[in-house]
Design a protein around this ligand. Structure first.
Ligand code: ADP
Ligand code: MG
Length: 344
């Protein structure tokens, strides 16, 4: 029974606090801030390393995320990714470990979904008004959509085997907004482990990783949120320590025109925002400790929608949980691999 929430919402995921009946266990040490302009990050640890204050931990985490932003963001022109987008074609460009690692995951999922997730989605994201330029959000013309689609294609991005160099065959605009949260979580988790911290929870918007135990000796507990924004749990989860989990959804960032809702998740097959009944997708990473991969898959399955997305998850043995609109309200469906993560 869940009777107490920590009041923390992580974009479709909740971090649950106490179990019913627990008497005053010590709370975790919690620090937080804002990453990638608008996303709330938080770190909870059971205890701090000797001599470290919570303020010092907060500063160190914030500095890591500011550095990740300077690599991955497309919202400012001077990031490493934007320099790569502007770099000459058909020459190998060196990339940092963070950019190489993140691109590797994004390209892997681009390939696995035959481009329904596509790391070169940039022109479409900009065209629909979800990019860095604050242009009005309106439905573009068919010819503009066709033009933007013609400038896409993940196959034009080659990554060296060591993920340390990139070559573009054609002029493409890479967009890693769909995996920034997961990449940030992976970076913070690695930083915490380097500090010798074994018991922690890291969350950035919809990506989370919980490792070890809370100070009261119990496992960290997460839940998928009701899709009504109430902050109530829809499904409590039972995750192994260190499991990377990420959600993607279409009910937060969208615009409406003539009664139709256009979300920031765009299907490269049509060049238009997704229109299916899916509300959110939650993925537990197939590789432990890889929130970047979980985050890419969550967006990818959100593009595909509950029917095709669930079929692909089943085929690949991926753990995925879908919430979809139904005539009665909401429906949930999940793949076989997700079943062990549901708390009865
Ligand atoms: P949320 O943070 O709401 O869960 P996502 O993680 O799914 O969102 O990321 C959405 C972002 O991904 C969009 O704002 C856009 O920049 C990018 N994007 C949109 N469509 C695609 C796509 N088909 N493939 C890859 N990235 C996409
Ligand atoms: Mg994502």
């Amino acid at each position: 029974m869940v009777n107490s929430l920590h009041g923390l919402r992580a974009g479709f995921l909740l971090i649950l606090a106490l179990l019913a009946g627990c008497s005053n266990p010590p709370p975790p040490i919690a620090v937080s801030g804002v990453a990638f302009y608008s996303m709330r990050w938080q770190v909870q640890v059971a205890e701090l390393p000797n001599g470290m204050t919570a303020t010092a931990l907060q500063k160190q985490m914030q500095a890591r995320l500011d550095a990740a932003n300077a690599v991955l963001s497309t919202y400012q022109t001077d990031t490493e990714l934007m320099r790569l987008n502007a770099a000459p074609l058909q020459t190998w460009q060196p990339v940092s470990p963070l950019l190489g690692r993140t691109l590797q995951r994004a390209l892997q999922v681009s390939e696995a979904t035959d481009g329904r997730y596509d790391v070169t989605v940039g022109p479409l994201v900009d065209l629909w008004g979800f990019g860095a330029e604050s242009k009005p959000r309106r439905v573009p013309s068919d010819s503009d959509i066709a033009q933007a689609r013609s400038r896409m294609g993940w196959r034009n991005v080659a990554l060296s085997v060591n993920a340390d160099r990139v070559m573009k065959q054609r002029a493409v605009t890479m967009d890693l907004s769909s995996v920034g949260e997961g990449a940030g979580v992976d970076d913070l988790a690695a930083t915490l482990e380097a500090l010798g911290i074994q018991d922690y929870l890291v969350g950035i918007a919809g990506s989370l990783r919980a490792q070890g135990k809370r100070p009261d000796g119990q496992a960290w507990r997460l839940a998928i949120e009701q899709p009504d924004g109430s902050g109530r749990p829809l499904q409590v989860l039972n995750l192994p320590s260190g499991a990377a989990i990420s959600t993607s959804g279409s009910y937060r960032n969208y615009f409406e025109e003539n009664g139709v809702r256009y979300s920031h998740t765009i299907d490269p097959a049509t060049g238009r925002p997704i229109q299916h009944r899916g509300v959110s997708v939650t993925v537990v990473s197939p590789d432990a400790r890889d929130d970047t991969l979980a985050d890419a898959w969550a967006t990818a399955l959100n593009v595909l929608g509950p029917d095709k997305g669930l079929a692909l998850a089943e085929k690949r043995g991926l753990a995925a949980y879908f919430v979809e609109r139904s005539d009665q309200g909401f429906n949930t469906r999940y793949s076989t691999a997700f079943a062990p993560f549901l708390k009865p």
